[in-house]
Design a protein around this ligand. Sequence first.
Ligand code: NDP
Ligand code: HSE
Length: 439
Amino acid sequence: MRLALLGCGTVGGEVVRLLHEQSADLAARIGAPLEIAGIAVRRLGRDRGDLPVDPALFTTDALGLVKRDDVDVVVEVVGGIEPARGWLVEALRAGKSVVTANKALLAEDGGTLHDAAAEGGADLYYEAAVAGAIPLLRPLRESLHGDRITRVTGIVNGTTNFILSAMDATGAGFAEALEEATELGYAEADPTADVEGFDAAAKAAILASLAFHTRVSAADVHREGITEVTAADVASAKAMGCTIKLLCIAARGVDAAGRETVNVRVHPAMIPLTHPLASVGDAFNAVFVEAEAAGQLMFYGRGAGGAPTASAVLGDVVAVARNRLAGVRAASESAYADLPVRPMGEALTRYHVRLDVADRPGVLAAVAGVFARHDVSIATVRQGSADGSAGTTGRGGDAELVIVTHVAPDAALAATVAELRGLDIVRSVTSVLRVEGGF
Ligand code: NDP
Ligand code: HSE
């Protein structure tokens, strides 16, 4: 079985190492030895340490390598949309099996890859693209195919989970926690894709596509990052017995016409400390799946890093190599349901709203009236400081109100907050956070 490796960086280097160290076991599991036919990189002269591989295998001509007749399996660990898309479409159409960790490409244009796989009768596997080492996509696309998944809620970005966990543990603000994450090597020099939620949104699109048998792309995902989360928000969450996590949520729903829909979103949210995802700390990932017959399932582990990600890549390599030897193909993409994606405004959420108001008679009634006008039902109201003490904050006759709502459409909650911001009795709306997880 001859393998073309595209990319030899953090993940690709570990793929090479594991292929070398486990060659005998892998050959036994597959039923044939696995050999590297070539390795495509950007810089031939780059120092690759003591990588156990023949330097003559390296090339900068990735497309040429993909097209070679002696290549059976193409493993892509370069990343990005182009030129990766062109290489993979070429490989799939030619009937070569593809294993990729490229979540950005799958979320942007997974349909093109699946179409090319169908055209070429080839396998397309991508376990490493979501939540690194955690076996998650195979359970969604195989083990749970006899069930009906209703909701997937995940912590799928390690960098932001590290930052939020640090804020929760130490009371640090976002900037301070990001600095620590960068110093420890969790956050990249440019952390935008992580802290603004782009990475999690790509993973959310992939999860939703598999869970709901519907093509969902990154453009369908409502996305908010964690840059606006403050130390006061974290303290407020604690006062309520909650913690703040960047969640990816993919949920089935029904629209006003009674049609089944899906909603896919990424945003920070409070979850109760009793929720299984609340205890997922540091840079770990976890995904909580709810299915009609199976009930609740939780998948937990390392979502990034060279070796954990390479583990998932090699699991796929073994699967596609076995299929090739047996002359079979895995089940193709399942997108038959083709459910419409519901806009964020129609998503049902709960809100935690913290506001500073004038402390005088009638203010609470006026604030409650705004919620009522938008048909948003209030669950709890607390007056006092964020640390939970009773009474006013003592800032020149102002008080702090913390309001938690029942479930309502996101648009109604947003309109409520917008109207509150316009009231002269409301000094400022200091925090608005969604509340998830059955609090
Ligand atoms: P790196 O940046 O460490 O490695 C990228 C590799 O691709 C390098 O070897 C680079 O060559 C090569 N490369 C870049 N451009 C080209 C090109 N035009 N032609 C040929 N080779 C090229 O990335 P990672 O290993 O971290 O990530 C790879 C993929 O895995 C991405 O899709 C990422 O999203 C995904 N992934 C990564 C995880 C992680 O923890 N790192 C976790 C899960 C998924 P050179 O070495 O010469 O620079
Ligand atoms: N940047 C990602 C994270 C890497 O922090 O989880 C894994 O996709």
